[in-house]
Design a binder for this molecule. Structure first.
Ligand code: HEM
Length: 501
């Protein structure tokens, strides 16, 4: 497929990957011999067949506990692990910084990811609605065309004009949560966070309130959120076999999700305004492409940020001294409950600097949460060139998983890696940190398109929660299950004590 004008523009902005990527590599380019020369003293490259092998481990996928196996393998098997699947399939897990660098550096113009085949199939079967399979599932020029519609992702120019509305949404969320506390002042906050995230993505894409945070709630919003969760679970299960059954399971939630979001997009396109939909319409983007992109942004936004915030709250409820330290800076920034998080009297640049300076420790808590419990365990690529990874020759066409979360728990990259230490993001010299394994959003031309928005939203909501409530947790320890994203294995009931002033 020839590259569209939009796709060409994207590749012009990021000619060889992207600026951020070349900056990463200038720090990490190996100047000495590769690390695996220490493992294979003869320095000879091993064949693909010699990679230590595990699996199949279907039970761990089906129990949603596969992240535990990923963490075990690096300790018990090594830095490069071949996982066998039933049939003739396999994938290669990598854990070493230099191998991450090798994969990202060879991403090329069209990095390939294959995790969303079931979505690709659903959309390909419906050409009257979709020109392409979308961002998550897309490959090659088709993907670059869609990505080129948002060359800077959901970045500052997209969400900043909506800061007052986004803060209003966050305030509605806080008020709703306060009104729903039970007799012990407890609440399972995650479902409300999903509603908040849904409402917020609606604001920037459609310039519309979707009513997800009203007292009674909205059945439509609830159903859309459920459909997005089910879609994630199906994407996950389809990757480990059973793709026929999962394709069938996907039809009902996707029919519902796409029909309603497409109606929202159609309404937004008719309204004059500054929403993302309006912007894309004005730029002359194809209407089917716009709906596909907006569907993918809704899907990407609903779970990731809420899950990260839940893990961050869980951490600070176990570390009250950290919570107090964060609250101290938040009280300084927002001395009264009415003080705005976004000071819109300042110009954009100054607003951003004010936040960055005022909530350094709060941001460090979020960064440390993303290191220890990110929503995605890592990142996948189908490599398009033969690559030597950890001393093994891995031929082009193989699926490689960059095991970021498991690598972030290794002592070679982080001092006391299993401890929750936000200060490591403030005093980087004191706490040893190395390289690019700590990449919760991925790196380069295909990294998370929602990164800037996600960070802004996490800062906003986490600050509001800690400014308004003392958070504690009084129940059994929470474990993790993974259904595409790391989720709590039980409802997490936080006790929220409102702060009077
Ligand atoms: C804490 C929050 C988030 C994390 C940790 C996260 C992480 C990721 C990762 C690891 C990828 C794959 C990157 C790669 O292949 O190199 C990704 C892709 C993506 N994310 Fe996010 N994400 C987050 C929030 C969001 C939000 C808020 C949105 C929507 C506004 C979003 C939309 C997407 C989309 C559409 C893709 C596919 C991009 C492509 O293939 O071109 N994500 N995200």
């Amino acid at each position: 497929m020839a590259l569209s004008r939009v796709g060409q523009r994207y590749l012009k902005i990021f000619p060889s990957g992207c600026k951020i990527l070349s900056c990463y590599f200038s720090h990490t380019a190996p100047t000495e011999s590769p690390y695996w020369h220490e493992i294979f003293k003869d320095k000879k490259i091993r064949a693909f067949d010699e990679i230590p092998t595990v699996g199949p481990v279907l039970e761990e996928y089906k129990n949603f506990k596969i992240h535990e196996a990923y963490q075990r393998w690096v300790l018990e098997v090594g830095h490069v692990v071949k996982e066998l699947f039933p049939g003739d399939n396999c994938c290669i897990h990598i854990y070493h910084d230099e191998d991450f660098s090798m994969v990202y550096k060879n991403d090329g113009r069209f990095p390939l990811r294959k995790s969303h085949d079931v979505i690709a199939r659903y959309r390909r079967d419906r050409p009257h609605l979709y020109n392409s399979v979308g961002l998550g599932a897309g490959m090659g020029a088709e993907w670059a065309h869609l990505r080129g519609m948002l060359p800077h992702g959901v970045g500052r120019t997209i969400y900043m004009p909506f800061r007052p509305q986004l803060e209003e949404v966050a305030d509605d969320f806080i008020n709703l949560v306060q009104s729903k506390l039970d007799e012990n002042s407890e609440i399972e906050i995650l479902p409300y966070l999903f509603r908040w995230a849904f409402e917020s993505i609606g604001v920037i894409t459609l310039n519309r309130r979707l009513d997800a945070l009203s007292q009674v709630g909205s059945e439509e919003a609830e159903n859309l959120i459920k459909a997005a969760h089910l879609t994630n679970e199906i994407i996950f299960l389809a990757n480990v076999g059973d793709s026929e059954k999962q394709s069938y399971r996907l039809i009902a939630p996707q029919d519902y999700f796409s029909r309603i979001i497409m109606e929202y997009v159609a309404d937004a396109a008719l309204e004059p305004g500054s929403s993302l939909v309006n912007k894309l319409v004005k730029e002359g983007c194809d209407y089917k492409d716009i709906t596909t992109l907006i569907l993918d942004l809704f899907q990407g936004a609903i779970s990731t940020v809420p899950l990260t915030l839940t893990w961050a709250l869980y951490q600070v409820s176990r570390h009250p001294e950290m919570q107090e330290r964060a609250r101290k800076e938040l009280m300084k920034m927002m001395p009264s409950k009415d003080t705005r998080f976004y000071d819109t009297t300042l110009e954009m640049e100054k607003q951003t600097l004010r936040i960055a300076d005022s909530i350094r420790y709060t941001r460090a808590i979020i960064a440390e949460t993303l290191r220890l419990c990110p929503p995605a365990i890592g990142n996948g690529r189908i490599i398009s060139k033969d690559l030597v990874l950890g001393g093994y020759m891995v031929p082009a066409g193989n699926m490689v998983v960059l095991q970021s979360q498991a690598a972030c728990r290794l002592e070679e990259y982080f001092e006391r890696p299993l401890e929750f230490i936000p200060d490591r993001y403030i005093d980087r010299e004191k706490y040893y940190q190395k390289g690019m394994v700590d990449s919760p959003f991925g790196i380069g031309i295909r990294s998370c398109i929602g990164r800037a928005f996600a960070n802004a939203q996490m800062n906003l909501a986490f600050s509001k929660i800690l400014r308004n409530f003392e958070v504690s947790y009084h129940h059994e320890e929470v474990g993790v299950i993974n259904r595409l994203h790391n989720e709590p294995d039980r409802p997490v009931l936080f006790r929220l004590k409102p702060i009077p002033q």
